[in-house]
Design a protein around this ligand. Structure first.
Ligand code: SF4
Length: 363
């Protein structure tokens, strides 16, 4: 390891807040230096949250895959006339929510395509329905894109939509639709999506209304390492102000069935080195985040375990039903048994602990 890297990692472990330039340097490490960055992040993880690996028992309900947008990285959405369109009616949603309750989940997560007929009321009705069919289960739903869409369709402000969603039972919001928070990249991968400024504004509104959110990055397509750093810097700045992010979730791009990859406009996802460094550098750079999650859905269980050795402390959810990554071509995304999570945690000398969405321990 060269001297500059050694000093930098030592500084990061003793309270120095990394600059963007330093984060860039860490993201660019190669060879055995990668393990040194991962080891420093692992120390940071241990000092911040100890030796437990957490997970949440949750279930997804994606109401529809019909979507007015055409994001280039999305293998999930369908257009009118496509094969494989689905739309769960009220009865089906009620049944799914009741089944989730029976499965003893503490969280139901729902994000859907932007259905052409949806208004703010459609989202509110779905949240009420889920809340009634699964009382006591935390509703983790929507994202800034859905909030902006609902607001536009119903001529409301995004703040009004968020308040109404909260009133209908929204417990926390998904920090998805962030992708890469750099407009030049967004123009290439999701030109119809809200801008970086709008994403940030809606997240701030949510936090100010007492709606916590997750924070995500979707990486490994056509963005640069500099874009990763800009993205992380923005998240750190928001967290300094609001403390409303519960966790950071790096989402590795699943490329197989996506228009972006098929047109040759994106690479075939991140490499293992990049997956590892994304976890490690975010642990070191996002010094105001408690929790860094590894997504077994995106990375597979084995890579997720390595992420737990590189700064991550959370394995995400059991899922029970998953269709977004599956649509993009990922396999084995439906359910991860806590017994398997326990095996993964124990294998690296850590203890698995069940948590709620907001990171309270479930006895
Ligand atoms: S990512 Fe979301 S908004 Fe974009 S096309 Fe897919 S479902 Fe629609």
């Amino acid at each position: 390891m060269d001297k500059r890297l050694r000093v930098l990692l030592k500084d990061a472990n003793t309270g120095h807040r990394l600059t963007e330039e330093e984060a860039l340097l860490l993201f660019r490490t190669q060879g055995r230096d990668v393990w040194d960055v991962a080891a420093a992040a692992d120390i940071g993880r241990q000092e911040k949250v100890g030796d437990v690996v957490t997970y949440v028992r949750n279930q997804n309900i994606n109401v529809t895959n019909l979507c007015v947008n055409s994001c280039g990285f999305c293998g999930f959405s369908k257009k009118p006339g496509d094969a494989g369109i689905y739309f769960h009616n009220k009865d089906e949603i009620r049944k799914k929510a009741a089944l989730a309750k029976k499965r003893n989940v503490t969280e139901i997560c729902t994000v859907s395509g932007l259905h052409p007929d949806f208004t703010a009321q459609s989202y509110i009705d779905v949240y009420r329905l889920i809340h009634e069919a699964a009382p006591g289960v935390h509703l983790h739903a929507s994202n800034p894109m859905e909030v902006a869409y609902a607001a536009k369709k119903s001529r409301m402000s995004t703040r009004e939509v968020l308040s109404a969603m909260k009133e209908a039972g929204l417990g926390s919001m998904c920090g998805t639709a962030a992708e890469i928070l750099v407009d030049s990249v967004r123009k290439q991968i999701c030109p119809q999506k809200i801008s970086t400024d709008e994403w940030v504004r809606i997240i701030r509104e949510a936090h100010n209304l007492g709606i916590p959110t997750t924070a995500t990055i979707m990486y490994g397509h056509c963005e640069s390492v500099e874009d990763w750093v800009k993205h992380l810097a923005l998240l750190r700045e928001i967290q300094d102000e609001t403390r409303g992010f519960t966790e950071f979730v790096p989402l590795s791009f699943i490329h197989m069935n996506t228009p972006l990859y098929k047109k040759g406009l994106a690479r075939a996802g991140a490499t293992g080195r990049e997956d590892l460094l994304m976890v490690a550098v975010s642990r070191l750079f996002l010094d105001n985040f408690e929790n860094i999650q590894v997504s077994w859905v995106k990375e597979g269980v084995k890579m997720a375990q390595l992420g737990l050795l590189a700064g991550a402390n959370d394995l995400g959810g059991t899922m029970f039903e998953e269709s977004i990554s599956k649509g993009a071509g990922a396999r084995n995304t439906d359910y991860l048994d806590p017994k398997e999570m326990e095996r993964i945690a124990q294998d690296i000398g850590r203890k698995l602990v069940r948590r709620t969405t907001l990171y309270e321990v479930v006895p």
